[in-house]
Ligand binder design. Structure first.
Ligand SMILES: [Zn+2]
Length: 455
């Protein structure tokens, strides 16, 4: 990588003679480093990490090499200065400990590196939060992050029955006078996801709930504030939902975007301390190094391999779950037009179908309660999310982690139990009829036509 970075620009102009000598020495060092910018030979560490440092021009080739080679190697990308033109992105496959050594030895504005989050790789829950401060002068970024953390905690509990604390979340910041910018990276081992596609679906679900102000116990105005104006004046989510795509490049701790001298630092509001049982002092001797390791989305410390139990606990949130949770709010030619226009078409107390609420409540008694209900206008279906009872008829026992739900089809007067476990998705029990005496109004709906049941 070529370097155009005079060390003297770090220091005030009126430096003393001694300082000048140091500068000259450093300049010489930098000039030497330019000739061999990447470590010529890395020795493997005491833990026996491989010394590989292999550069690629194409991301696909780098990812393939890392996959074939295994041994905890990861793919990183970096911006390289090309004389007379813009930066060029290249890729390096190496162990994260080597990447850190290289990263920290560079001048701050030469750290233009990213982690490549490979498709189908286990990963942490992460958020990229940003908004234009000039277009949203009344917004308080720190308060918005607090709201998001709270909303996310609620959704993790709701969907996965998991608890999370603020000190479990690493918060990094690269905010400028014009732009608010933070990364959140969740560190709990029980909140690791199967891959970033599942993370993306979960985050979309979360932001859908926030958009409809459906998170209980959070002020409606605070929820609305998580939607901001973009440069075109459109209302958009404060979470960038584009960061969950295939092979996403995600900026490293202390890195700046190419030719922008704004590094990603630990946020003032961060309370996470590196977990030394996971990110050992042998591999990551100083705190900064441990923060670097914690900030990696697809690196889990220790020997990098998740334990069997952790593997089994990886969270998923598939397309089916997302579709099912997506309330249909556009009008169509349904026989329940009045109900469909009712603003309370999903909620946490009773639904407009009190008899059905009562029926479902009896099915899940005594431990279970209805956590939430959502009405799907297109299919005239009510989905009840259940709390306190996780018995799944597909597996014949309680799920350890996934919640169950009951799906009621109004025109057919049938119901079935389903769950949030993707393993159960393809073996749904057949719909059962709801006893007619439970539906005194059912014979009034004679004009209803049959339809597909949501899965
Ligand atoms: Zn199940």
């Amino acid at each position: 990588m070529s370097v155009n970075f005079p060390v003297s620009s770090f220091y005030p102009k009126k430096g003393c003679k001694r300082l000048l000598e140091i500068e000259i020495k450093l300049e010489r060092g930098v000039s030497e480093a330019k000739k061999k910018p990447l470590p010529p030979r890395l020795t493997s560490s005491l833990q026996g990490h491989p010394p590989d440092w292999k550069i690629f021009h194409k991301q696909a080739e780098a990812l393939e090499y890392a996959k074939q080679r295994g041994s905890g190697l990861m793919t990183f990308s970096f911006e390289e200065q090309v004389p007379g033109s813009e930066g060029r992105r290249k890729y390096v496959v190496t162990h994260p400990t080597n990447m850190w050594k290289n990263h920290i030895s560079r001048p701050p504005d030469q750290r233009c590196s990213y982690e490549v989050i490979p498709a189908e790789s286990q990963c942490k829950l992460y958020f990229d939060l940003e908004f234009n401060k000039l277009a949203n002068p009344m917004r308080d970024g720190s308060k918005m992050v607090e709201t998001l953390l709270e909303a996310c905690s609620w959704a993790l509990e709701e969907v996965f029955n998991l608890q999370v604390r603020k000190c479990d979340v690493l918060i990094l910041d690269a905010t400028t006078t014009n732009k608010f910018s933070q990364h959140l990276i969740y560190q709990n081992p029980n909140i690791f996801f199967k891959d970033n596609f599942h993370v993306g679906n979960f985050v979309k679900h979360l932001m859908m709930l926030v958009k409809d102000c459906n998170i209980p116990n959070i002020d409606v105005n605070d929820q609305r504030d998580l939607f901001v104006k973009n440069d075109k004046g459109e209302s958009v989510s404060f979470c960038d939902l584009a960061v969950y795509t295939k092979n996403r490049n995600f900026r490293l701790f202390l890195a700046s975007k190419f030719e922008k001298k704004v590094p990603l630092l630990i946020a003032k509001t961060n309370t996470y301390l590196p977990d030394r049982t996971r990110y050992s002092t042998e591999d990551w001797p100083i705190d900064e190094a441990a923060i670097f390791s914690s900030s990696l989305i697809t690196y889990f410390g220790n020997d990098q391999q998740l334990g069997a139990q952790e593997e089994e606990q990886l969270l998923t949130f598939g397309n089916k779950q997302l579709d099912e949770l997506m309330p249909v709010n556009s009008s169509n030619n349904t026989t329940h037009v009045d109900l469909a226009k009712d603003p309370s078409l999903n909620g946490y107390k009773s639904s407009p179908w009190i008899e059905i609420d009562r029926f479902v409540t009896e099915l899940i008694a005594p431990a279970g309660t209805i956590r939430q209900w959502i009405y799907f206008e297109k299919t005239e279906t009510i989905v009840y999310h259940i709390h306190g009872n996780r018995f799944c008829s597909t597996i014949g026992r309680e799920h350890k982690r996934n919640h169950i739900k009951y799906v009621v089809n109004l025109p057919n007067a049938t119901y079935y139990q389903s769950c949030f476990d993707p393993d159960c998705a393809n073996s749904r029990p057949p719909p059962q009829p709801i006893p007619p005496e439970r539906l005194p109004w059912y014979n009034l709906l004679t004009d209803s036509t049959p339809f597909d049941i949501v899965s």
